[in-house]
Each structure stands twice: as structure tokens, then as C-alpha cells.
Design a protein around this ligand. Structure first.
Ligand SMILES: O=c1ccn([C@@H]2O[C@H](COP(=O)(O)OP(=O)(O)O[C@H]3O[C@H](CO)[C@@H](O)[C@H](O)[C@H]3O)[C@@H](O)[C@H]2O)c(=O)[nH]1
Ligand SMILES: [Mn+2]
Length: 746
């Protein structure tokens, strides 16, 4: 059903290009080694700058090896959902898990659209159940879902009748092309009706979201009175129940807001996912679970079948714990000015990982095997975890709910799929219990199974923890693409996201669930583990790059050099030229523009030296026990334009007072100062051994990358860097320059 091909012959041309790319990859590696060689043999050895340069360049070389290792075994998995039923006698139930956390940053209408697209999946409705976790404990979200469920009664049949592709109504109706003239009159009428109903729905939701106060908390909503986002009991509500198991009815829809108490750490999304896992385990206990963030709606209504082709494949399916679909985005700004669409990363790195032990778990757009989440090993899948299913052991691992233990034993026992005559509403009481704060005390949740706690990038350690048991994962890349969501619109949200990732990943790198530990003590294969370094090293990469940049500035200010002179200078120059030409080729090969390439190159420098660096520092603080890191939620915009609001802004850099921008501005200011010092000839004289062309090229490149910041120094409003940020940066820059100066004198 699912066949995996390494370098399919079909793509002969691509294959040739890949060969060429590998040759250049190797050439770059060779040049890096040559540079290291020069460094070791160079005359001004054993000074501090020399040592730092050697350290950083060794790191860059290591990073390059990590990248090559990840890129060099790409694999594509092709799925044939139409053949699925020839292999399996019956389609299994699937639980759909959605998380939302903040009705302001994540407007309920977005969650509603995601939920509607899930309810309308091309899959027997009696086998689906959709669970929404609301960490915001917001009556608005609940209200929006209740209203959406009424609309769904019309929307779902409409989608199925006309085989609509995009089943998130706001996307469907924003696409003018759908109401074509050649469509039947009946369709046109229904289309208009639907559009009308949807507009009604979104107006209603908008009305309550804008006037929060006048919302009446009575009737069904009474449970929300006297609740606070951080202090409230569990609330579980069954919104839709497909009581009679009707095949073409609506799937169950359940709202869950887990208990929160100030004295209990709620562990952000990981905590929410574990609660959803338990609640869904009690109510429907499907063997497979799809997890999506509230802004990721279904773009391919047959996606469940596609994923099942992989998970239920008779040969290799049993090794696969989760199926990851790429994160792709609708309405991304043209040419990706903030580098947050990750096209290249998916194309080269993640496809590459697919040829090893499989892609990392990306937190959303993922189909999980429930028992793998419960800690099952691949070899136990056939026989089930027999013998070890004593109640005492299970209570210790899974907590004290008798009903839940029963369902977990069922899932772990490898029994046939549970019957689907379950009525979720019978389990509300038990579900409320497993959603309580203290339920996880002294259990394995978040420590050894489920979504792991401790890092704000919970997805990566969770995936590693599954793979270290020997499981594989697969990419699923159907056409049309599986899900689409919104990429952060502007620079500010991008930076928040990047900072969180870098910080969370650094914590993973140094923690118990690092790829290295997985390789040493688990079943993470060597190359797979190495490819995980690409991801978990983001914070460290920032550290080394910032050091290197500082070193460069130091050289110019003090008129010393780190790059070779004479013939040797060709090594870094060739590296610079070939590396850029090579990455450009990678972009052009998959049809991206040159502008896209440049934007990404620039953002790579900016984000590494700023957001990742700040993330790294916060991770260091966390690891040394000084302060904890917080999951800052990425703002989601439903706008069809992007960039912090409206179209005129698209792609323009905006700034605020975040420390992220202090770092960037400092780097820029130091650089400008260094260049002025050089320009005015204020450098000390070192008779021929001073800074030269190499340093000059590098620092010019940096200033070019930081050009948007340069403009920000002079612009006003949100396009300008705030004065306070400039002042702070100026102080830091002065301290640095002074430090370099004092080095010269001594
Ligand atoms: O306390 C929290 C915080 C977040 N979320 C949810 O987590 C999801 C992801 O949060 P978001 O702010 O959208 O983060 P992104 O940066 O867009 O998410 C990426 O990075 C996260 C890890 O840092 C992963 O969990 C995500 O799946 C991945 O898409 C959203 O649905 C949130 O509602 C919660 O449920 N509870
Ligand atoms: Mn997101």
C-alpha cells in the first residue's frame, strides 16, 4: 500500500541535480576541513582569538556534517488510499485532537474552522471523534464550538455532496473560483445558502468575542462563571454525539478544559495533549489519534486514509509509531521575507530524515498510534503487552482511574479495535477526573510516556522518546497537501516562535531525552540521532555564530586578523562563494525564487544571532535553575494578507522592545562602529598583519543582512527600532568596543 522509494528513477532529472549537489556538498566540507587545517597550522596559534576561531569553525564543520548526513538519504512515501480497503477489512476509528489556548491570540473562529474541516473529513463519521482542548477555559471558544456544531449539520453534507476540497469554510468562501458559472443551479443555490450561513456564524462569533463582558454565563455556560484561566475546575462537554453510530452523520465533538490551579504547573501544550489522550481514551479509545494545532485545517479530506495506508501497511506499518505531515501554510507572504515557511527544511532535511529513522514529530499534523504514546514497544504490537497488564502496574503508570486503566489495557493489549457503540456522554464523570491537576502525580505521564514535560518544544522530545523504543516514523505528503495553517505573519510573531523553539530545543539537547542519550541508551540509530542534531542544536548554533561575529568585530577594531592572508585567503572566499551558489541552486531546483533564497539567507543570519541566541540564553538560565521558560503562544491571524495585520505591512520589518531586537541592534551598531574605525584609520597599526579583505567581506555581508535593522534605526513607529532598544544596544556596543580597545592598549 505504501511503498517507499529511495531516489525514485521517475525523478531522473532531480536525481542528477542531487548528484551534483552532493559533489558540491562534499567540496564545501573539504574547504571547511582545509580551513581548519590552516587554523591548526597558522602562525598566530594559541592566542585566545585563534582558539575561539578554531572552536567556532570546528562547530561549523560539524554542523555541515550533520546537514549532509540528514540530506543524503531522501525518501518519499507514496500512498494509495483507494487500495486501502483491499487490505484492511474495516476502517479503524480515529480520534482527532485539537489544542487551543488563548481566545485573543487564537481567535475562536480559527479553531472553529479547523474543527469544521475535521468534522467534514471523508471518513465514516461514526469512526471519528473530535476533541478540543481549551487551555484558555473560555466560554467564547465553547460558544463558538456550539454554534459551529449547528452549522456543521449543513456544512458537512454539503462538502460531501459536492466533494469540496477545502473544508474550512473561511478558506472555501474566500476562494472566488469555486462559484464557477458551469456549476449546476442547485449547487449555486446551496453555495449561496452555505455562504450566508457561514457569514452568520462568523458574525455571531465575532459579536461575542468583541463584547466579552455582555456574554451571559447561564444555562450551559454557567460552569464558566467564576473561572479564571489559571484557576478553574475541569470542564468536559459533549457538544455533538453520534449516538446511533450513523455512518454519514456527524462525528462526536467534545470540549475539554482541564483543571488549572495556580500551585500546579500545567506544562503547556504537553499537559493539554496528555489530558486529551486520556479523555479520548475513556470516551472512544481509537487506536489512532490525529493531533493538530487550532490553526491547522484539513486541506485534503482523504488525509486519514493516506495516513492509514502507512500505519496499516502490512509490511512496514507495524514499525511506524507516527505519521508526520508537513506544516505548510496558506497565504504565506511572497518570497518568505521572515523565513518562517520552512520550504527548504522540509524539502531537504525532513525528507532526508524520512530515509533514516523517520522525521521528527513536529507537534501538529501528526497521526499517532495510541499505544506507542502509551509506551508500547514495536515488538509488542503483534502480541500486545501480555502478562504485564496487571492493574497495580497500570495504576502506577497511568494513574488511578479504573475506567481509564481498562481502556489503556485494551489499547496496550493489542485487542481488536473497540466497538463504536460507545456513548461519550456516559464518561463525563470519569473524564473530568482524569483531567484534574493531581491526576498525574507520581505517574509516568509526561516523564516516560505521552507528551513529555520540561521543554517548551515538547514535540521533539516526545518524538525522540517514541523513536528510542525502536519505532520509526514516516512522512505523508499527499497531493493536495494534507493540512495548511497560518505562518506567523510578521517579524514579531516569528521572533517569539523562534525564540521558543531555540530555547526548548537547547533544553532537549542537554536533557535526559537528547538525541545522544537516545543513541547511547535507546534504539535511535546513529545517523538518525545525528540528524536530530540539526534540530536540537539551534540554540548552540546561535552561541557559536555570535562568538564568531564578535570575533570578527574584535579583529577589525583591533586591526588583527582571523582569516588567512595571501593564497590562503582563497579558502574562506571560495567557501563563501560556493556555499552561496550552492544554496541558491537548492532553491532554484525546487522552483523557489532568488528573492526567496536571499530573504531566507538573511533571516538565517538574523534569526540565529538574535532570536535563537536569546532562546539559548534563556535555556541556559533554565538549565542552571535560575529562571523558568514560558511557552509564549504564537499569534494567529485569520487575515488573508499577513504581516502583523494589513497588506501594506506585508514583508516589512517591524520592531518592538523585546530583548531579541537589542541583540540584533547591538551587533549592527558594533559593526558600524568597527567599519567607521577602519574607515577613519583609527585602528592600531600592525605592519601588514592587520585585518584584511576576509574580515572586510564578512562584516560587509553582515551589514547587508542587517540592512532592515539599519533602516529601522531611522524609521518611526512600529517600523523603527524603539529608542530604548537603541539606547540599550548603544551601551552594550560601547562596552564591547571599549573592551576591545583596552585589549589593544594592554
Ligand atoms: O499552554 C498552552 C500553550 C499552547 N497550546 C497550544 O499549542 C499549540 C501550538 O502553539 P503555537 O503558539 O501555535 O506554537 P507554534 O510555534 O505555532 O507551534 C509549533 O511549535 C510548538 C512547540 O514549540 C508545537 O507544539 C506546535 O505543534 C508547532 O506547530 C496551539 O494549538 C496552542 O493552542 C496549548 O494548548 N496550551
Ligand atoms: Mn502554530
Amino acid at each position: 500500500m505504501a511503498n517507499q522509494g529511495h531516489d525514485l528513477p521517475l525523478y531522473e532529472k532531480v536525481w542528477l541535480k542531487r548528484r551534483l549537489q552532493r559533489v558540491i556538498d562534499t567540496l564545501i566540507l573539504f574547504l571547511l576541513l582545509l580551513l581548519l587545517n590552516y587554523r591548526v597550522l597558522s602562525s598566530n596559534s594559541f592566542t585566545f582569538p585563534w582558539f575561539l576561531a578554531l572552536l567556532c569553525e570546528s562547530w561549523f564543520t560539524f554542523t555541515w556534517i550533520v546537514i549532509l548526513n540528514s540530506k543524503w538519504s531522501p525518501a518519499v512515501t507514496i500512498t494509495h488510499p483507494d487500495r486501502l480497503l483491499q487490505w484492511v477489512s474495516e476502517l479503524p476509528p480515529v480520534d482527532l485532537l485539537v489544542t487551543t489556548a488563548n481566545p485573543i491570540l487564537e481567535p475562536p473562529i480559527i479553531t472553529v474552522n479547523t474543527v469544521l474541516s475535521l468534522l467534514a473529513l471523508d471518513y465514516p463519521a461514526n469512526k471519528l471523534a473530535c476533541y478540543v482542548s481549551d487551555d484558555g477555559c473560555s466560554p467564547l471558544t465553547f460558544y463558538a464550538l456550539v454554534e459551529a456544531s449547528k452549522f456543521a449539520k449543513f456544512w458537512v453534507p454539503f462538502c460531501k455532496k459536492y466533494n469540496v476540497q477545502v473544508r474550512a469554510p473561511f478558506r472555501y468562501f474566500s476562494d472566488v473560483a469555486t462559484n464557477k458559472s458551469e456549476e449546476s443551479l442547485e449547487f449555486k443555490q446551496e453555495w449561496l445558502q452555505m455562504k450566508d450561513m457561514y457569514e452568520n456564524l462568523s458574525r455571531k462569533i465575532e459579536e461575542v468575542t468583541c463584547k466579552t463582558i455582555s456574554f451571559q454565563l447561564d444555562g450551559e455556560f454557567a460552569v464558566f462563571s467564576n473561572t479564571d484561566q489559571r484557576n478553574h475546575p475541569s470542564i468536559i462537554k459533549v457538544i455533538i454525539e453520534n449516538k446511533d453510530g450513523i455512518f454519514d452523520g456527524l462525528p462526536h465533538l467534545i470540549y475539554a478544559s482541564r483543571e488549572k490551579r495556580p500551585q500546579y504547573h500545567h506544562n503547556y501544550k504537553a499537559g493539554a495533549m496528555n489530558v486529551l489522550t486520556r479523555v479520548s481514551g475513556l470516551m472512544t479509545n481509537a487506536p489512532f489519534m490525529l493531533n493538530v494545532d487550532c490553526d491547522m485545517f484539513v486541506n485534503n479530506p482523504k488525509i486519514v486514509q493516506h495516513a492509514l495506508c502507512i500505519l496499516m501497511d502490512s509490511q512496514r506499518g507495524k514499525e511506524v509509531a507516527f505519521v508526520q505531515c508537513f506544516q505548510q501554510f496558506y497565504d504565506g507572504i511572497k518570497d518568505d521575507p521572515f523565513g518562517n515557511q520552512w520550504v527548504i527544511a522540509f524539502e531537504y532535511i525532513i525528507r532526508g530524515m524520512a530515509g533514516l529513522q523517520g522525521p521528527f514529530y513536529g507537534g501538529t499534523n501528526t497521526f499517532h498510534r495510541r499505544n506507542a504514546i502509551y509506551g508500547l514497544y514495536p515488538h509488542e504490537i503483534e502480541s500486545g503487552r501480555k502478562g504485564k497488564l496487571e492493574e497495580k502496574i497500570l495504576i502506577r503508570q497511568f494513574g488511578s482511574s479504573k475506567e481509564f486503566i481498562k481502556s489503556a489495557a485494551h489499547a496496550l493489549g493489542g485487542n481488536a479495535y473497540s466497538a463504536n457503540d460507545i456513548t461519550p456522554s456516559n464518561f463525563i464523570e470519569a473524564a473530568t477526573q482524569v483531567a484534574n491537576c493531581e491526576y498525574e502525580d507520581d505517574t509516568f505521564w509526561g516523564k516516560q510516556m505521552g507528551w513529555l514535560y520540561g521543554s517548551i518544544s515538547e514535540d521533539v522530545p516526545t518524538g525522540l522518546n517514541i523513536q528510542r523504543r525502536g519505532w520509526r516514523s514516516e512522512c505523508c505528503t499527499p497531493d493536495p497537501i494534507a493540512f495548511t495553517g497560518c505562518a506567523p505573519g510578521g517579524l514579531l510573531t516569528t521572533m517569539v516562535q523562534q525564540k521558543r523553539w531555540a530555547s526548548g530545543l537547547t533544553v532537549v539537547f542537554f536533557g535526559k531525552h537528547s538525541p545522544l542519550m537516545g543513541m547511547l541508551f535507546g534504539k535511535i540509530q546513529f545517523r538518525a540521532g545525528l540528524s536530530y542534531f540539526w534540530l536540537t542544536n539551534w540554540g548552540l548554533r546561535a552561541f557559536f555564530l555570535v562568538c564568531y561575529v564578535a570575533l570578527l568585530e574584535y579583529c577589525i577594531i583591533t586591526n588583527t586578523n582571523i582569516f588567512p592572508k595571501g593564497l590562503g585567503l582563497w579558502i574562506p572566499i571560495a567557501l563563501f562563494v560556493i556555499y552561496n551558489a550552492h544554496t541558491l541552486l537548492e532553491y532554484l531546483t525546487i522552483g523557489l525564487s532568488m528573492r526567496h533564497w536571499w530573504n531566507n539567507q538573511r533571516m538565517c543570519i538574523i534569526r540565529t544571532t538574535t532570536a535563537w541566541f536569546v532562546g539559548f540564553l534563556s535555556a541556559v538560565l533554565k538549565l542552571s535553575g535560575i529562571s523558568d521558560t514560558v511557552f509564549e503562544i504564537t499569534e494567529k491571524e485569520q487575515s488573508t494578507s499577513g504581516a502583523d495585520g494589513n497588506n501594506a505591512d506585508a514583508g516589512r520589518f517591524t520592531f518592538d522592545e523585546s530583548p531579541v531586537f537589542v541583540v540584533g541592534t547591538t551587533i549592527l551598531l558594533v559593526h558600524l562602529t568597527a567599519m567607521l574605525i577602519k574607515f577613519w584609520g583609527l585602528q592600531p597599526n600592525h605592519s601588514g598583519n592587520g585585518s584584511g579583505l576576509g574580515e572586510f567581506i564578512c562584516s560587509t555581508y553582515l551589514v547587508v543582512c542587517y540592512w532592515p535593522y539599519f533602516k529601522g534605526l531611522f524609521a518611526r513607529g512600529k517600523y523603527g527600532i524603539p529608542l530604548s532598544t537603541i539606547c540599550k544596544s548603544a551601551v552594550f556596543a560601547l562596552v564591547f568596543v571599549h573592551f576591545c580597545g583596552s585589549k589593544v592598549i594592554s
